[in-house]
Design a protein around this ligand. Structure first.
Ligand code: GRF
Length: 202
């Protein structure tokens, strides 16, 4: 399966997916054919380049409208014959029209156990709520932000004295295990999004 990863920053999740796809012991592994960043010169682009993966920058500030930005993005995904899109720290909200075109073929990772703590600063929300357990979720992308069907989740403890930074770091460790595993399942068609919007295991 041909995967594109969309990023805006450091790309540690991208790195985890790169490492998974490169692992020779994984039979029929998916392959990352394209990494797109909406921000130039981020660390994630360097990670992709080091792995020999094609990279493109689609800088949203250079487009007059979201439609034009997304048209550029869509053109690239078509050009590289992408089957599955993985958002990995991609900080732009995509329009319902764009999301709909990738229905069942676009994943995101979010740093909480959804449906808790949707939106930005999920780790801060978890600390503010005083929960003892949070985590991360991989889900299909639907037009409502952080609300699509859940493919997988991993729980992470909140430790006494945690700061947003220390909790973010602990959650990332879990993300790096969870995301490649979920990408693999969806890329192989072992998990699909049903027409009723639920996840179906084949
Ligand atoms: C992750 O915490 C992910 O859950 C959130 O953005 C962060 C991306 O981190 N959506 P990285 O760029 O993969 O290191």
């Amino acid at each position: 399966s041909r995967i594109a990863v969309l990023i805006s920053g450091t790309g540690t999740n991208l790195q985890a997916i790169i490492d998974h796809c490169r692992d020779g012991s994984v039979e029929g592994r998916p392959s990352i054919v394209l990494v797109v960043s909406n921000k130039p010169a981020v660390e994630g682009l360097a990670r992709a380049a080091r792995a020999g993966i094609a990279t493109r920058v689609v800088d949203h500030r250079q487009y007059g409208s979201r439609a034009e930005f997304e048209e550029q993005l869509q053109g690239l995904l078509r050009e590289f014959d992408v089957h599955l899109v993985c958002l990995a720290g991609f900080m732009r909200v995509l329009s319902p029209a764009f999301v709909w075109q990738w229905n069942g073929r676009m994943l995101n990772i979010h740093p909480s156990l959804l449906p808790a703590f949707k939106g930005q600063h999920a780790q801060h929300q978890a600390l503010a709520a005083g929960v003892c357990v949070t985590g991360c979720s991989v889900h299909f992308v639907t037009e409502e932000v952080d609300a699509g069907a859940i493919v997988g989740q991993k729980a992470v403890p909140v430790e006494p004295g945690d700061t947003e930074e220390s909790l973010t770091e602990r959650i990332k460790q879990a993300e790096h295990l969870l995301y490649p595993a979920c990408v693999d399942l969806v890329a192989r068609g072992q998990v699909v999004l049903s027409p009723d919007g639920r996840v179906h295991r084949t």
